[in-house]
Design a protein around this ligand. Structure first.
Ligand SMILES: Nc1nc2c([nH]c(=O)n2[C@H]2C[C@H](O)[C@@H](COP(=O)(O)OP(=O)(O)OP(=O)(O)O)O2)c(=O)[nH]1
Ligand SMILES: [Mg+2]
Length: 134
């Protein structure tokens, strides 16, 4: 196992539009958990707060500036090859037109449509949380 003892800290944004739909994108096939759907986000870099990482990742990946967000949940999960800590935020206000800037397939989906998509195992807890706060 490479880097087995290091937990990868990830800032994740559940972006909600005015109709209550959520932004999801598909991880590139060659990456960790490739081919599965995800909420946008990425690794928290050294010297960065989680909110700074969230803002940076959503600007880079989704073309938006976060204006309002609230913590949704924190998920710790150990995959066979990697352990992650997902710091998940609900983004309720943002500036700009959301779209995927890095070539990933993406779409807006209603909450009740989420179950039709395959997410990484760590996301089960996120989906449970979204169901509970609906
Ligand atoms: N963004 C995101 N990552 C997730 C989700 N669920 C989940 O298990 N992960 C995992 C997959 C990866 O191991 C890790 C995120 O890392 P990443 O590779 O996307 O990070 P990054 O965008 O900063 O990538 P990089 O540029 O540093 O290579 O978290 C999710 O819903 N969204
Ligand atoms: Mg990413």
């Amino acid at each position: 196992m490479s880097k087995g003892s290091q937990v990868v800290h990830v800032a994740v944004g559940v972006i909600e539009d005015e109709q209550g739909r959520l932004f999801i994108s598909r991880r590139a096939s060659e990456r960790h958990q490739g081919g599965k759907w995800e909420f946008p986000g990425g690794k928290v870099e050294q010297g960065e707060s989680v909110q700074q990482a969230l803002a940076r990742e959503l600007r880079e990946e989704c073309n938006i500036d976060v204006e309002q967000c609230a913590p949704l949940t924190v998920v710790e999960h150990r995959y066979a090859d990697k352990a992650v800590r997902l710091d998940v935020w609900l983004v309720t206000r943002y500036r700009g037109q959301a779209k995927q800037l890095e070539g990933q397939e993406w779409r807006w989906v209603a909450r009740h449509e989420l179950e039709a998509y395959q997410f990484p195992d760590a996301n089960i807890a996120i989906l449970d949380c979204l169901r509970a706060t609906q």
